[in-house]
Design a protein around this ligand. Structure first.
Ligand code: ATP
Length: 475
């Protein structure tokens, strides 16, 4: 790990100084830039293993900057720094190729953990990307007994929680059903719902389990590199192709190829993909030699592929070839019965990663976790609990260890026909409208009541009274 290079991009100079000095003590080489233009210039001529990028920069947003840096360093790991209310954007940054996000306020231990994990993940690409997750590490004693394998049960790795909701049980039944076959599978679901985890589970329970599982994130691959990543190239195929390179199809031969964010694949690569699946052969870029491959394809998407077809973005023949079986991972807010089990599991994972011994989650904190809607799904929950464990010096996680946004969350009001559904009594209608505007303001500022009061142009005390009257106060 020592001597890897980190680029820190944040306009807060003090923050850069603290992060630089902390990470250099941990053995990294750090360079800080305070805006996107500086960072692009730096990345043109310097080696970087990981970039830590603030989502909001003075001259550009962090996601655009990430895309630019990736042109020079396609394999770079990227951590996005976000304010808590930016989590939705941070989650979409992951879809576009970031490794993870860290929320402000930043805690150095948390940053260190995230940096280590992102660099480890980066090392898996592409040479060991096909490896299964480490076995036998982080399970709680209770989970161990749940995941114990009896003769007729499928293999579940220790990083997987089944989920106790009826929905999750059905998903698991579908996975058991399709795993031993050679059918292609489309896994649908919002970001962070566990699509890659499900794909690995299918692979582990297939006859291909002793061969490679190769995961490619089509959303993170710059278009010009996608063909070479999938099918390989020969020396001289394009500028920069200095030697022959195997593509993921060859690496996955005999095993499973998981294509995440398949909707992002260019039309040309879709054609090649279809040919590879149908004919079982590929050609490396720049070569006319055919190479036989035997690969099972699992794809994931958070878009409606059938809709992409009608928009001309996705080939219908490829869609039908892939759509031999579909698994849909519902958002966590639609399977709230799963939340306690996942929360306990992530708590034990965090205990292990951070060397802590937090015993559990208080009832009130669990209630907040269950009420919150988790638009970043399991990934967001995992991060929130990891941070809570980091902050917790008690036996249990309490509400004070959770982000304000989670503790004070107010579920979405039914939006449809809001105006039509207002009561006809003028005073009652005005109150409904007022309540809705207050909720919007609170959301906008991450539930910070002073900021919300400013935005609403009322004083803090008035806001408190209104929250109480509308039954929106959480304490
Ligand atoms: N069933 C599960 N048991 C334990 N952890 C899980 C489970 N499902 C997902 N996770 C954890 O949640 C996080 C998100 O999972 P994963 O990457 O599989 O989601 P995804 O739907 O593929 O996300 P994306 O669309 O952003 O690629 C990961 O850290 C993963 O370890």
């Amino acid at each position: 790990m020592a001597n890897e290079s980190i680029l820190i991009v944040d306009d807060e100079q003090d923050l850069c100084t603290i992060l630089t000095s902390f990470l250099e003590k941990k053995g990294f080489n750090c360079h800080a830039c305070h805006n996107a233009a500086e960072a692009v210039e730096y990345s043109k001529s310097n080696h970087i293993d990981l970039a830590l990028i603030d989502l909001r920069l003075p001259d550009e947003d962090g996601i655009t900057l990430m895309k630019k840096i990736k042109i020079f360093h396609p394999d770079i790991a990227v951590l996005i720094i976000t304010g808590y209310s930016d989590v939705k954007t941070a989650v979409s940054a992951i879809r576009l190729g970031a490794s993870d996000y860290v929320s402000k306020p930043l805690y150095t231990d948390e940053i260190y953990q995230s940096v280590k994990q992102a660099l480890e993940k980066k090392k898996e690409i592409p040479a060991t990307k096909n490896k299964e997750p480490k076995k036998g590490s982080n399970s709680t004693s209770s989970k161990k007994s749940k995941n114990k394998k009896t003769p007729n049960e499928p293999t579940i790795n220790k990083d997987y929680v089944l989920g106790s909701s009826e929905y999750s049980k059905t998903v698991f039944d579908h996975i058991k059903l399709v795993a031993p076959t050679d059918l292609s599978v489309i896994i649908n679901g919002e970001t962070g719902t566990g699509k890659e985890v499900a794909a690995r589970l299918i692979h582990q329970n297939s006859k291909r389990k002793d061969k490679s599982f190769v995961a490619i994130d089509c959303g993170a691959l710059p278009e010009e590199l996608a063909g070479s990543e999938l099918f390989g190239h020969i020396k001289g195929a394009f500028t920069g192709a200095l030697k022959d390179k195997m593509g993921s199809f060859e690496v996955a031969d005999g095993g499973t190829l998981f294509l995440d964010e398949i909707g992002n694949l260019s039309y040309e690569n879709q054609v090649k993909l279809l040919r590879a699946i149908q004919e079982g052969e590929i050609k490396r870029l720049g070569s006319n030699d055919k190479i036989n491959v035997d690969v099972r394809i699992i794809v994931a998407t958070n878009e409606d592929l059938s809709k992409l077809i009608s928009d001309d973005g996705f080939r219908e023949d490829l869609y039908h070839r892939l759509n031999e079986f579909t698994v849909t991972m519902a958002p966590i807010r639609e399977r709230k019965d799963d939340i306690p089990e996942f929360a306990e599991f992530f708590l034990q994972q965090a205990n292990e990663a951070l060397n802590k011994e937090v015993k559990g989650i208080s009832n009130k904190a669990m209630k907040a976790l269950t009420r919150y809607e988790w638009h970043g799904n399991l990934r967001e929950m995992k991060n929130v609990i990891k941070r809570a464990v980091l902050l917790c010096n008690d036996e249990e996680i309490h509400e004070k260890h959770l982000p304000q946004m989670v503790v004070e969350y107010i579920p979405d009001p039914p939006e449809e026909n809001f105006m039509n559904n207002l009561p006809l009594d003028l005073k009652a209608a005005a109150m409904e409208a007022e309540k809705s505007v207050i909720i919007q303001a609170l959301r906008k500022v991450g539930y910070n009541k002073s900021k919300a009061a400013d935005l609403l142009n009322i004083d803090r005390k008035t806001l408190y009274n209104k929250l109480k009257n509308f039954n929106l106060a959480t304490d």
